[in-house]
Every structure is written in C-alpha cells, then in structure tokens.
Design a protein around this ligand. Sequence first.
Ligand code: NAD
Length: 294
Amino acid sequence: MARVGFIGLGNMGGGMAANLAKKGHDVRAFDLSADALERAKAAGCLTVASAAEAVEGAEAVVTMLPAGRHVEQVYAESLGGAAPSTILIDCSTIDVATARRLADDAAARGVAAVDAPVSGGIAAAEAGTLTFMVGGSAESFERAKPFLEDMGKAVIHAGASGAGQAAKLCNNLILGSTMIATCEAFVLAQRLGLDPQTFFDISGQATGQSWSMTSYCPVPGVGPASPADRDYQGGFAGALMLKDLNLALAAAQDVDAQVPMGTRARELYQAFADAGQGGLDFSGIIRMLDGKAG
Ligand code: NAD
C-alpha cells in the first residue's frame, strides 16, 4: 500500500479519500474546510495542515477541487515537494488547456501527471464505483490506474493529456441537457394529472429513460435516494454544472462545433445561479422550471 496525498475533500473528494484509506493506503488529506478535515479523519485519513504537506513523500497525489484555478493554485503551492516517483492525478473537472498546461509544467520538473475527471456523483464516490476518464501518456496512465481502481468501477484511457477533460465536458453536455429535459417532463406530467411515481415507472422503462431519471431522479420520493430527497442539498452543485457547460461551450467554440442544446442548458443553469440557487444540487432546477424558485 502507498502513501497518497489527497487535496479537496468536498462532496466527491470526501468519499474518494475514504475509499483509498479503506483499501489500506496511508492517506494524507488536506482541505481548507475544517468540517471536511474532520470527516476525512473519521474516515481513516491522516489530516495535514497544507497541500505541500500532503504532497511530501507521496507516491500519488489526488486533487478533487472545484475548478482549474484551484488546481493551479494548489499545484503552484505544492509541486516543489513532488518527486519523480510521484504521480499527480487531478480528478477535478477543469478546462482542457489548463489540464495540458499543468501536465507540461509537472513534466518540466520531471513529475508525471494525468487528468482523470470522474462520472458518477456522490453516491458512486462513496461506494467506490466512479468512472474515470484519463488523459496522459500510456506510462502515466498505468501508474495512476491502481489508485483509480481503488475508487472506481471503470478506468478508461481517453488519450493524451487533456483527453480525460474533453470526454468529461462532452459527457456533462449530455447530462445538463438530460437533467433539464427530465425535470420539464416531470413538471408537465404532474400538471397533466400523472402521478410522478407512475410516470417514473413508465418512462424509466421507456425511451425517455436516462441516468438523470433512473439514477438521480429530480423528484423527491421517486427512484433511488438522490439529492431531491434531501431538499437538493449536497450532490453536484448547479454552479458546478454551469461551470462545466461554460467549459464545454468554450471548447465547442474553439473547434467550431454546434451545441444548441448545450447552449440552452447553459442559459437555464445561468438563470438558476442568478436566482441564488447555484449552491443547490443541479437537479433542483426542477423548482425553477415549476415556477417555485428563481
Ligand atoms: P465541493 O465544492 O463539494 O468540494 C471541493 C472542495 O475543495 C471543498 O471542500 C473545498 O473546501 C476544497 N478546496 C477548494 N480550494 C482548495 C484549496 N486551495 N486547497 C484545499 N482544498 C480546497 O465540490 P465537489 O462536488 O466535490 O466537486 C469537485 C470536482 O468534481 C469539481 O470539479 C466538480 O465539477 C467535479 N465533479 C463533481 C461531481 C458531483 O456530483 N459533485 C461529479 C463529477 C465531477
């Protein structure tokens, strides 16, 4: 088992670090939040006082931070402590260009790095069943893989540096649109007199089925446990979905790709955030579509 530095112990990172500790790794965990540190300690991690301390002597360093600027800051503060034997694994969802730049900067110091964003949500982070899409050289992928396997059910090499982020942005372009489509269908179904559970039972087995419906249903009390059952607290913040849609749209503009559904989804998540709801789980946009918020 290895010493692993883990930086960013929020909704996702908390469960991921706990799984590495459960697998017997010596996890040195850091977050700016005292509550997050407490939870990591209770889950078997050794908490440390800085990102630099988490990196020192680590065989692998996992970062799970909100956006590219946070990863850049943490790497700038701590990369000096990384050794050629350290593999840097950034699991945050960030833009492709920053991911490539961070990997290049690390390589210039003789340190290997991969981008390894995840799909699956907090339930999968806790259960250790995430899907990782990895960008980096074949050698770096092989070094990162055993650590990712301890946190996930699927670890896929997407291609060179930045390819993991490209796959993630395209995936979330689908997710943002299917969540909104699912929410508006539930609102309409209810107004047409259909019971939400009945509509779920039908559409969940019909062509309207998607992960947004059957794994993460936006209606409380319907489907498996999801943030809807906790008043849309926790989960994947609407503000983070807006971030991902902005990244996807910027990437689409760079390569002249048409993304009309993603563009509309971005407008709606922007309205959700402007209404002060961006801290809620992204499925909470059903309230806005139902005229109950924002
Ligand atoms: P979160 O906001 O819950 O957690 C981020 C954590 O990073 C927080 O605990 C915060 O205190 C910490 N942090 C910020 N700056 C820091 C710094 N400089 N040093 C140390 N800690 C710092 O976010 P999350 O939901 O866990 O998401 C993390 C990443 O994973 C994002 O990029 C998100 O887009 C992506 N993601 C989230 C989900 C989800 O369902 N929540 C799913 C897939 C991908």
